[in-house]
Design a binder for this molecule. Structure first.
Ligand code: F6R
Length: 617
């Protein structure tokens, strides 16, 4: 997803801007750009390139484009195709100002029409160019007005969620940073300031930062920052010290995704030991900001999330209902805001988000916060916007996840939800300490099972199974009960990184329609279950598929002989706590999909059209 960065100060801006954009590359983008005022502060210089950041670097290599104030951008196309013209920075008609922008200006159509009537001509299809022209228009129509008043008049007209940074040729001593909805923070150096949509950009340069409040803007001079609300009132700000972990790239794996698949056992163990200690030190409920006594009365958990995190939440529902006897609802954050909402008493509303920045989840969180209901977020990114806005938070211990396709954050979410259900059960008197201790062990065993399957099947997957299955064009995934969300996750993973068509159905629903799809050309992937009754039903489903000449790939557990006999391809996973079946099978499922995508030559870490952090709704 798009990222914005900016620099003003004693040094040249290019180095920071390019470094920062490289750190934010993992968020996904399809074009990059840079603009600065030249060293003499006379001219606005810029460069843009479609494709990887390296294309921009190559383009700038032979001519020096640099200055003490600069801005940069990686763009994930929303308005208009990925072309150089549509890449940011965008400019006013006379190239006196440059803007980089995240998010969406929702009323750009009406602004564009108004500006056209004033004689403005546009060259790109972007809402950002409209913003640049509108800034120019505001500058041109005001005389001697303070720049802060001018920004107030501009933000009054803008609708949507956005963060932008602008520089003006006439004001080489100034960087303007504006945020509404999308995140933006300012890093404080020695006689220099950095601006970025994600504090990871500041790693190695400063730990001192200002998180701009929502609906605020900053006027940043080389030696001072002035912060305002959208009415133009000066805001006091606090400087936070944040240690942004940044692991330099470079590892022995062929891709980030494979590395992250292999890091899952460690991530799960780190989650279990961290939360064991936090719970022992009574820190868990404090971190969740949920009164321990209220946990006893807790009647509902409402989870909301998108994509892979939504699948983890759907698995978590089983934990809360079966372990903590607490009713759980799971909502797609992208739908939640547009559905009737019935606030519940004795509830906790929990957002799940690897990045802590997903716009749909964030807006749902804000809506629920606005109703004064208790909220919390489970996320992998401590410095994320959701951690600041939710009333409580629990951090995953997965370590940075760089591959666009989420793997270790997914299993860490499952592990943490499993523990949380046990913590609630303990407070409610449903389990005792010994059962909680068993839960830690169960998690450890499942993490071990996950890892053991990776090694066991690696060669088969690489050498024979991936070449075989990469030739198919369509896949059907099925599962029952807690394995159904895993089937959903698998179908999403296959689509996302291999671009093959994947459909998912609850196994019991096949006979209500999807069975019509079955023939020898559509492999059906079944995720088995350890519950004897559910297993029996799955065996029946497998027979129905076989009877129709279907091709069966079965992820089963050791000892499940009926399924094994029917399967065209059988993966055997060690038996674990049945509720941790999805966790134990996740690594193998991810590898299966991974090697198919590799076989097809797909860029697994950066699949086309999708991004890591989705900051638009
Ligand atoms: C798929 C994937 C996405 C994300 C979704 C939500 O592999 O990663 O489906 O899960 O965009 O992202 P977060 O969890 O950051 O809110």
């Amino acid at each position: 997803m798009s990222s914005v960065v900016g620099y003003i100060g004693k040094n040249y801006s290019w180095d920071f801007v390019v470094d920062a954009l490289a750190r934010l590359e993992y968020r996904g983008y399809d074009a990059a750009g840079f603009a600065c005022l030249d060293v003499a502060n006379k001219h606005l210089l810029y460069a843009k390139a479609v494709g990887p950041l390296q294309n921009l670097i190559d383009k700038v290599a032979d001519k020096i484009i640099d200055g003490h104030v600069g801005i940069g951008h990686t763009r994930w196309a929303t308005h208009g195709a990925s072309t150089e013209v549509n890449a940011h920075p965008q400019f006013d008609e006379h190239k006196r100002l440059a803007v980089v922008h995240n998010g969406i200006i929702e009323n750009h159509h009406s602004l564009r029409a108004q500006l056209k009537r004033e004689g403005h001509e546009f060259i790109s299809q972007t809402d950002t160019e409209v913003l640049a022209h509108y800034l120019e228009f505001a500058l041109g129509t005001t005389q001697n007005e303070k720049i802060s008043d001018l920004i107030v008049s501009v933000v009054e007209r803008l609708q949507g969620a956005y963060a932008f940074i602008a520089l003006l040729q006439e004001r080489p001593d100034l960087l303007i940073a504006v945020r509404k909805g999308s995140s933006l923070c300012i890093g404080i150096g020695e006689d220099e300031f950095f601006v970025a949509s994600d504090p990871i950009a500041f790693a190695g340069r400063t730990e001192k930062m200002i998180f701009m409040p929502d609906e605020s803007f900053a006027l940043i001079l080389p030696d001072e920052v002035f912060l305002y609300d959208f009415e133009g009132n000066r805001l006091m700000f606090s400087v936070e010290s944040v240690d942004v972990a940044w692991e330099e790239k470079g590892h022995d794996f062929e891709s980030d995704m494979l590395k992250e698949i292999y890091e899952q056992k460690q991530a799960l163990n780190a989650t279990a030991s961290f939360y064991k200690q936090l719970h022992q030190r009574d820190g868990l409920w404090r971190s969740l900001n949920y009164d321990r006594n209220k946990v006893k009365q807790l009647k509902h958990i409402n989870l909301f999330a998108c994509g892979t995190s939504w699948h983890a939440a759907r698995i978590g529902k089983f934990f809360f209902e079966l372990i903590a006897q607490t009713h759980a609802d799971v909502s797609l954050a992208s739908e939640l805001r547009y559905m009737p909402f019935f606030p519940q008493e004795n509830s906790l509303y929990v957002a799940l988000s690897q990045s802590g920045e997903t716009a749909d989840t964030l807006e749902a969180l804000r809506m629920i916060n606005g109703m004064k209901l208790p909220t919390a977020v489970i996320t992998n990114v401590a410095a994320s916007i959701m951690v600041r806005e939710a009333q409580g938070f629990l951090l995953l211990k997965a370590g940075p996840e760089r591959s666009v396709c989420s793997t270790k954050a997914f299993t860490s979410e499952i592990g943490l939800l499993y523990l949380l259900a046990h913590f609630i059960a303990l407070e409610k008197g449903l389990i005792d300490q010994a059962q909680l201790d068993k839960a830690y062990r169960n998690l450890f065993i499942a993490a071990q099972a996950l890892e053991s399957t990776l090694e066991r099947y690696r060669n088969d997957l690489m050498l024979s199974l991936a070449p075989k299955y990469a030739k198919y064009e369509k896949f059907l995934f099925i599962g029952r009960h807690i394995m159904y969300p895993l089937a959903l996750e698998s179908a999403l993973k296959l689509k996302e990184i291999s671009y093959l068509f994947a459909q998912c159905s609850p196994a019991g629903e096949l006979k209500h329609g999807a069975l019509a799809m079955i023939d020898e050309n559509v492999p059906v992937i079944i995720y088995s279950h350890l519950d004897p009754l559910i297993y029996k039903k799955l065996v029946a489903n497998a027979q129905e598929i076989k009877a129709r000449n279907g091709h069966l790939i079965i992820f089963g557990f050791n000892g499940q002989e009926e399924l094994k006999e029917m399967a065209d391809c059988f993966f055997a996973v060690p038996q674990v706590d049945p509720l941790l079946g999805p966790l134990a099978m996740s690594g193998l499922m991810q590898s299966f999909v991974y090697y198919i995508a590799k076989e097809l030559g797909r860029p697994v870490d950066r699949p086309r059209n999708v991004a890591k952090t989705i900051t638009v709704e």
